[in-house]
Ligand binder design. Structure first.
Ligand code: ADP
Length: 161
């Protein structure tokens, strides 16, 4: 069975993340969405909330039943290898993502050479979409309905009210 890990903050999950997960599911039998709990970023949602929002989103994607959601802290590559994953999925939106992702992929390869990093590109309409943008728009009461599933929109609205 081919298993990949898709790590990130998912703070919160957006249609961009889901688009990448769907693409990964066309290549792998199982995708583990691994929500980082030790991110240097100060998260907006707790780890439990972020995982729950991911879980709820999976109903809407093709192959969602083949996704496992977990949290992790510590070194991603160790967690990935111990989970039986052979690849790390990352999304590439624009050239601006490239430098950081390139550095991280090569560092991760140095740490664990048995793991391959695979970059997938989302649908064009999601190339400018980020969790940060969604949070900012939600704070300003902007319309985020085309960026996130309805339950994520609701969670953001409740948090901001
Ligand atoms: P991290 O803190 O690890 O960057 P994110 O949740 O922001 O966590 O992103 C996780 C992964 O999903 C990254 O590879 C990121 O590039 C990718 N990603 C985020 N938003 C999108 C999007 N709109 N389209 C494609 N990939 C995305």
């Amino acid at each position: 069975m081919k298993r990949a890990i898709y790590p990130g903050s998912f703070d919160p999950i957006t249609h961009g993340h889901l688009d990448i997960a769907e693409r990964a599911l066309r290549i792998f039998d199982e995708v583990i969405i691994a929500v980082a709990s030790n991110s240097a970023k100060q998260p907006f949602f707790t780890i439990e909330e972020r995982m729950k929002l991911v879980e709820e989103s999976l109903k809407d994607i093709e192959g969602g039943e083949r996704v496992k959601v977990t949290s992790f802290d510590g070194l991603m590559v160790d967690f990935a290898y111990d989970s039986g994953a052979t690849a790390v999925i990352r999304g590439l939106r624009a050239v601006s993502d490239f430098e950081f992702e390139f550095q991280m992929a090569l560092t991760n390869r140095k740490l664990e050479e048995r793991l391959e990093t695979l970059f997938l590109m989302p649908k064009e309409t999601y190339t400018y979409l980020s969790s940060r943008l969604v949070k900012e728009l939600a704070r300003l009461n902007g319309d985020i309905s085309s960026f996130v599933p309805p339950h994520v929109e609701k969670a953001l609205k409740e948090r901001n009210s």
